[in-house]
Ligand binder design. Structure first.
Ligand code: GDP
Ligand code: MG
Length: 431
């Protein structure tokens, strides 16, 4: 990743150094950006798309008062890179006390190491964790995982005499009996035939009904990680992805972008061989580091404030897209429990504890659904026909019914804003 970081830092300093930021310089800088992204193995189509969007936005958007086009360019660059890697909000894997996680992926991708890393990560967060070895193909697999389990202080289950599906089933039961709160199942990746591997993964998933299937991908393969993610997804619904070997992977950026493009969510990245070298993947902070943020982050926040202070007017005029709705939901989830939010509003709102919990959960689900939409869909919700809804539901691990529920909530919010707008206009004597 170091190479991509250096390349992007060079772009940022180029933006800062240019005497004037006009159409020609924007184009020149974006050609440089394309070169850097291609070097990192980001798929050419994504590279072209991101350059086009940054260019279009930078040249057409109004520069907010008090800012320059140079700053607009930096802000757009940051936002489009965040978009490319999955959006503003971090995907939270469905891991709670009592969960079962199934790790799948090709041999050598880093599954066994990652199983131990996850055990350590969740142990530090107060879980009693257990590891199951469902890899009976590779000699030594059981010993490897057993030793790792000891090293991180996790329970272990393995049985070389049983077929993998049986081991997984029994392992979950046995570990639960020992009071384990999070079971992580490590599987085999070794199959000469890809189809046989996918078949086994499918059987395993049906047998243990995991709360989260995590696909482990090796980031050094660059953009082909996208095709691998899709192949696995066809066999079994992948909840999230862990990209390993991001340390020193020159093509790691390409792997991230290609995977995010499939609509899959990246939950963690592996950044070294050591067991604590696992990081939750959060696109904004990741891009921040790539661009050497700090001052840039402050800039983005200031511009966002300036934008929000003018936006309510636009909202009240009825221009309220799914993208606006998404931003509001993200703001809401940052504010914490819905009750707290309602306390900030005039009037009295009562929430039962059940409703409160349900609301927090649907907000999370809605944000996941919105994250699976393209920018175009967010801006033009009328595009959302049944087949798009199916894709979005699949990409966000929800159902078409959930997508429809979200759209209904969006329409409700839109209606409310229109009414607000009308009553305000009436008060101001405009109608
Ligand atoms: P598996 O076959 O999928 O179970 O893969 P392993 O867990 O056995 O890992 C294969 C190799 O990749 C081992 O040498 C690991 O140390 C290495 N590895 C796994 N994750 C990372 C990582 O994030 N960074 C680096 N540098 N190496 C890793
Ligand atoms: Mg292994």
């Amino acid at each position: 990743m170091e190479e991509l970081r250096k390349g992007l830092l060079r772009i940022v300093s180029l933006v800062k150094r240019e005497a004037v930021v006009d159409r020609a310089t924007v184009k020149k800088i974006l050609r440089e950006l394309e070169r850097e992204l291609l070097k990192a193995d980001v798929p050419p189509l994504i590279v072209a798309e991101i350059a086009r969007r940054v260019e279009e936005r930078t040249l057409s958007e109004e520069v907010p008062p008090g800012f320059s086009r140079r700053e607009l360019l930096l802000r757009n660059l940051y936002q489009e890179l965040v978009n490319m890697l999955g959006g503003e909000s971090r995907y939270e894997p469905r891991i709670r006390k009592g969960s079962v996680v199934l790790l799948v992926g090709l041999q050598g991708s880093g599954k066994t190491t990652t199983a131990a890393k996850l055990a350590l990560y969740y142990k530090k967060r107060g879980f009693k964790v257990g590891l199951v070895c469902a890899d009976n193909y590779r000699p030594g697999a059981l010993e490897q995982l057993k030793q790792l389990a000891e090293a991180v202080g996790a329970e272990f289950y393995g049985d070389r005499s049983l077929p993998p599906v049986e081991v997984a089933r029994k392992g979950v039961a046995a570990l639960r009996e020992r009071g384990v709160e999070l079971v992580v199942i490590d599987t085999a990746g070794r199959h000469k035939e890809e189809r046989a591997l996918l078949e086994e993964v499918k059987e395993l998933a049906e047998a243990v009904k995991p709360d989260e299937v995590m696909l482990v991908l090796d980031a050094t393969i660059g953009k082909s990680a996208g095709a691998q993610a899709e192949a696995f997804h066809k066999a079994v619904p992948i909840g999230s992805i862990i990209l390993t070997k991001m340390d020193g992977a020159a093509r790691g950026g390409g792997a991230l972008a290609a995977v995010a493009k499939t609509g899959a969510r990246i939950a963690f990245i592996g950044v070294g061989e050591k067991l604590d070298e696992l990081e939750p993947f959060d696109p904004p902070s990741f891009v921040g580091r790539l661009l050497g943020m700090g001052d840039l982050k402050a800039l983005v926040e200031r511009m966002e404030k300036a934008r929000l202070s003018v936006e309510p007017e636009a909202l009240l005029r009825g221009k309220f897209t799914l993208l606006d709705f998404k931003r509001q939901l993200e703001e809401l989830s940052k504010l914490g429990p819905l009750r707290k939010v309602l306390e900030l509003l005039p009037g009295s709102y009562q929430l039962t504890p059940e409703l409160e919990k349900a609301s927090a959960e649907s907000i999370k689900r809605w944000v996941a659904i919105l994250n699976s939409m393209t920018r175009e869909e967010l801006l033009r919700p009328e595009l959302l026909d049944h087949s798009r809804m199916v894709r979005i539901a699949k990409g966000s691990g929800t159902t078409v019914k959930d997508v429809k529920e979200l759209l209904a909530a969006y329409k409700q919010a839109q209606k409310l804003l229109r009414q607000l707008g009308r009553s305000r206009q009436a008060r101001l004597g405009l109608r």
